[in-house]
Design a protein around this ligand. Structure first.
Ligand code: ATP
Length: 376
């Protein structure tokens, strides 16, 4: 197990900054997920930790040792790729044993030595047991399912007992159901091994379910590093607010107005009263147009009415209805905007009809229109 420190790390490809000033401390045994849209620099960051990509500026330390110039094989990290990268002509056992056979490990006196055959066998069988593939070890990759192949790729990393595991979208090639199952297995694996793990994905649900902490990146820049709940509750800017959470947060332009001894959010065709406990913060921005954010799950139908704040209801016309069984998703027009609402499946409304949507403004977010930074 090991700590990983990225100190003001930059990666430049020609004149293009792919990773900009990433400064991150990953604790011993922590599961950290790098997440962001395609091209945000997450894979490049992971590859710099692995040593597969040079660092343009800054330094990376593993357990306090600067590894900038250290070749990948000396870093004691194991990487699991999206493509599995298994040897097609070797069976699962030999794929897992391969790196153990090829490498030298420090012996009792710290001298490099080959691992004895029985130790290799013990490690492979233990990893196979952990991953539930003990009865698949004789099969070649072509005879295994996608999930089994991914387990072999994981096993190949586990047998090495590395200081750090690096995962590059390891579940992307699996179908949706298997992805969710493997996600839970990875979480269990981390609980058992307690190794330091750095995981790259573009899937926010994977990031939220796996990460002790999640690093949200956009255009090479770290936007926020926090535990999943904090990211959801307190996104630092509009990008994070829109990226984390599914379905995504609704954003509407609103002008902050004062009147009748309270603060209002004026949307043009309707207005909402700011709850008393948030008034002080909001009033600081009186007269300004801001971006109002509300998550689909914080818009409610009449079931919520008894808990609703005053002046928090808008009549909405339903454009699209998606019945998911556990939830009902509505696309509904309020004023000049369409919002996505996640309401109770018992809500009785048809496409083209109107309903009263209650905005739970205690959960609202406000962002600066120019910078996107969170105001509330
Ligand atoms: P994806 O999810 O699509 O893999 P990512 O967030 O992992 O995206 P990176 O692969 O890290 O993104 O790439 C970051 C940026 O750097 C992209 O704009 C990419 O085009 C660019 N880039 C990556 N590798 C190279 C390279 N070898 N030469 C030039 N540009 C590169």
């Amino acid at each position: 197990m090991a700590r990983v420190d990225l100190n003001h790390v930059w990666k430049r490809f020609g004149g293009f900054d792919a990773v900009k000033d990433v400064d991150l401390r990953i604790a011993d045994g922590e599961f950290v997920v790098l997440v962001g849209p395609s091209g945000c620099g997450k894979t490049t960051t992971l590859r710099m930790i692995a040593g597969l990509e040079d660092i343009t500026e800054g330094e990376i330390r593993i357990d306090g040792v600067v590894v900038n110039q250290m070749p990948p094989k000396d870093r004691d990290v194991a990487m699991v790729f999206q493509s599995y990268a298994l040897y097609p002509h070797l069976n699962a056992f030999d794929n897992m044993a391969f790196s153990l056979k090829m490498r030298h490990f420090p012996d009792a006196r710290g001298m490099p030595a080959k691992l004895p055959r029985d130790e290799i066998e013990r490690r492979v069988r233990a990893a196979a047991k952990l991953l539930g593939i003990e009865d698949q070890l004789e099969k070649k990759p072509g005879q295994l399912s996608g999930g089994q192949r991914q387990r072999v790729a994981l096993g190949r990393a586990i047998v090495r007992n590395p200081k750090v595991f690096l995962f590059d979208e390891p579940l992307s090639n699996l179908d949706a159901k298997l992805r969710v199952a493997m996600r839970a297995e990875l979480a269990k694996l981390h609980q058992r091994l307690r190794s330091t793990m750095v995981y790259v994905t573009h899937d926010q649900a994977e990031a939220m379910t796996l990460g002790d902490r999640v690093v949200v990146m956009d255009r090479g820049v770290v936007q926020q590093v926090d535990d999943p709940q904090t990211l959801y509750d307190h996104p630092t800017n509009q990008f994070v607010a829109g990226f984390i959470g599914s379905p995504a947060m609704n954003f509407l332009d609103a002008t902050i107005a004062e009147g009748n001894g309270t603060a209002w959010l004026d949307f043009g065709e309707f207005r909402l009263r700011v709850p008393a406990n948030l008034r002080m913060v909001v009033q600081d921005h009186a007269g300004k147009t801001v971006i109002f954010g509300i998550r689909p799950e914080d818009l409610h139908d009449r079931i919520f009415a008894q808990f609703a704040q005053p002046d928090a209801t808008v009549t909405a016309k339903v454009e699209v209805k998606e019945a998911m069984g556990s939830d009902l998703f509505l696309y509904a027009v309020v004023g000049g905007d369409t919002v996505h609402a996640r309401v109770s499946p018992s809500t009785k409304v048809e496409v083209g009809e109107t309903l009263d949507l209650y905005f739970d403004l205690t959960k609202m977010h406000l962002f600066d229109k120019a910078t996107g930074a969170a105001i509330l």
